[in-house]
Design a protein around this ligand. Structure first.
Ligand code: ADP
Ligand code: MG
Length: 618
């Protein structure tokens, strides 16, 4: 009985640690690591060969590298370090260029290959037979067969799981954790707002790898053997099932899932009488786990413990009721953006929450254009989306960019912001050639874009959407997150206040704690504009920002943006509504078929037949 209970506790602790690492990668950072089991396995192997004596000691019946016979806790530390180290080469698979689903398949294939390699290459870890007789921690001083030892080991495993939980909680409950979730929800947008995707993903792979490796080390110290069958790719699926069923984006859910799935299943099926041919019951287990995943994805994709909404608005923190999509039965909250009526209180002129960065000041004083396209070209397999466009956007102006659908406006914007690499040509920002500068760095330099398609972070609240864009947050790094709230809380409060002021001005205060995914189309556009302003841009590139926004409100926002021009902001805006262009934009550039057709004020352009024609034909 003691043995049964303690074994259960050790397995529970090990599974919880493993699921926490996966939850961190998959649930928070959106990294789908189908090779996760490799990292646990590396930890187990490394802990084994660190604790085993030299291979000759047992008569050489098994061969392996290492055999250092190190005392505890060195094998466990080695296991975590090995998991972290092995993660490094994988970051190339998960590099920014590879789409998430391809990377996931790449990791799965790598996991299979690693297993084959270890199985067939005996000198490494004794091949298919695996390692056995791994010395347990303190096996010299204590008696591993005794009940006291078993209790101590299980207590150790549980304490370790708790420690990992609190450690990861500190990481995710921080501005850094918010950036991870932003990347999970929409990585291209996070990139355009200053998030270094490669660095973030590398950190999460290494962190998850260390956690997985540790779980392997703890496991092998208890069961004293490890072989390739213990880590087939299917084991990864069990862990994914645990995280999905427990709750994605919730570390408590990961722990619950670890108890329910790997542990619960093993235990439940133990009592099923052995029917059918050998291997029948285990096979049924797989079917059951597969079915469970499907059922949950269908009926409760958020899992048993869903991701918790992070309430940051004044109202929420004052304990007042928060409106969410759950209370849609009530009259729609401040539906101004959705197109109802204007709010009674009109917003003050000028957007107070925009902060002028140093570059904006420099841009205001320096002569010459703030942003320049020189012979910019982009081809898509024969389609000349943008074909040798040269434009100089003046400082302190709202430049308009118009043209029929497919003219190449969005493609041009993407190249200016660095989201898309040009086929040829140069982008100059504040006089500097930035063609080779990646998008996230251009954003940090003050060149910030919005997207034509909806690009709000769906599982971040409106306040969080805005906060995610703020540059240079103290808590927005792994180290800053580890330093804890005391290090970043005060600055965060100031950012929240700024975000709320902006949200008030845009008439969305009642929705401050709503998820981005719960908003109407027009409200999403507003969130995107606000978020871009929070990034403290010097040059703001807006791709059809007013689409779906009530004309009244569009006009008001337009005039507020104009108010910022005098303070050093420059804007480039793509817009279909000529009336809005007429009122706010000067100069206006006309594109058609990937080329620059004309430029001038709206009234000048109206006189030119080719412009009118392009519009009528387009
Ligand atoms: P606009 O924003 O002016 O409506 P776009 O820049 O979106 O135009 O598109 C210009 C042309 O480039 C269109 O013909 C479009 O089909 C093509 N295009 C844009 N993006 C891609 C892509 N990723 N792959 C292939 N073709 C593209
Ligand atoms: Mg477009």
């Amino acid at each position: 009985m003691v043995y049964y209970l303690t074994t259960l506790l050790v397995y529970g602790g090990v599974d919880a640690v493993a699921c926490l690492g996966l939850s961190q990668q998959f649930g928070y950072a959106g990294v789908t690591n189908f090779g996760y089991i490799i990292f646990q396995s590396v930890g187990a192997y490394v802990a084994a060969v660190l604790s085993l004596p030299p291979e000759s000691a047992n008569g050489g019946f098994q061969i392996y590298v290492g055999g250092l016979h190190l005392p505890w806790p060195l094998p466990w530390i080695g296991a975590a370090a090995a998991g972290a180290l092995v993660a490094v080469p994988f970051t190339f698979i998960l590099g920014k260029r590879l789409r998430g689903d391809f990377a996931a398949v790449g990791l799965l294939v790598t996991a299979l290959m690693c297993n084959l390699l270890v199985t067939n290459f005996r000198p490494l870890f004794n091949g298919a037979a695996g390692l056995s007789l791994v010395p347990q921690p303190f096996s010299g001083e204590a008696t591993p067969q005794g009940a006291a030892y078993a209790w101590a080991y299980s207590a150790g495993a549980v304490v370790l799981a708790a420690a990992v939980y609190f450690f990861l909680r500190r990481v995710v409950r921080s501005p850094y954790g918010r950036t991870l979730r932003a990347m999970r929800d929409n990585d291209a947008v996070a990139d355009s707002l200053g998030a270094n995707l490669r660095q973030l993903r590398t950190a999460q792979l290494v962190l998850g790898g260390a956690v997985a490796g540790l779980s392997g080390g703890v496991l092998v110290g208890f069961i004293t053997l490890w072989d390739p069958q213990a880590w087939g790719y299917a084991e990864t699926i069990v862990l994914f099932a645990a995280v999905i069923i427990g709750g994605v984006g919730n570390h408590k859910g990961a722990v619950l899932g670890a108890i329910l799935v790997p542990l619960g299943f093993e235990e439940a099926t133990r009592y099923i009488p052995a029917v059918g041919p050998p291997g029948f019951i285990p096979a049924l287990q797989w079917v059951a786990i597969g079915l469970l995943i499907v059922l949950f994805l269908w009926w409760r994709p958020q899992g048993i413990l869903p991701e918790r909404r992070i309430l940051l608005s004044r109202a929420a923190r004052a304990g007042r009721a928060v409106r969410t999509a759950d209370d849609r039965r009530e009259p729609a909250p401040s539906a101004m953006a959705a197109g109802a009526e204007m709010p009674a209180r009109s917003a003050p002129a000028g957007i107070a929450a925009w902060r002028r960065p140093g570059t904006a000041e420099a841009a205001r004083r320096a002569p010459g254009p703030v942003l320049e396209a020189v012979e910019l070209t982009r081809h898509f397999e024969g389609v000349h989306a943008v074909d040798g466009v040269s434009i100089a956007f003046p400082a302190g102006k709202l430049s308009g960019l118009i043209g029929p659908n497919g003219a190449g406006k969005s493609t041009l914007l993407a190249m200016l912001a660095g989201t898309l690499a040009p086929t040829s040509g140069i982008v100059r920002y504040l006089g500097e050639d930035v063609t080779a500068v990646p998008a996230y760095r251009r954003a940090r330099m003050g060149l910030v874009r919005t997207f034509q398609l909806a690009s709000e972070y769906k599982r971040l609240t409106v306040v969080e959407n805005l906060l995610s864009a703020v540059p240079e947050q103290r808590g927005n790094s792994f180290r800053g997150a580890l330093a804890g709230p005391r290090y970043w809380r005060e600055q965060e409060e100031a950012h929240i206040a700024r975000a709320e002021a902006l949200i008030d001005q845009f008439g969305l205060s009642k929705l401050a704690d709503a998820y981005g995914g719960e908003l109407s189309g027009g409200q999403r556009r507003l969130v995107e504009i606000m978020r871009a302003l929070m990034a403290e841009p010097t040059v703001l590139l807006l791709d059809e920002p007013m689409a779906g926004v009530h004309p009244h409100l569009a006009r008001e926002i337009g005039s507020q943006l104009l108010g910022l021009l005098g303070q050093g902001l420059s804007i480039v805006m793509v817009e279909h509504e000529l009336a809005i262009m007429d009122e706010f934009a000067d100069p206006i550039f006309v594109m058609a078929d990937g080329r620059l057709l004309a430029e001038g004020t709206m009234s000048q352009l109206r006189q030119r037949s080719e412009v009118v024609e392009a519009y009528l034909v387009g």
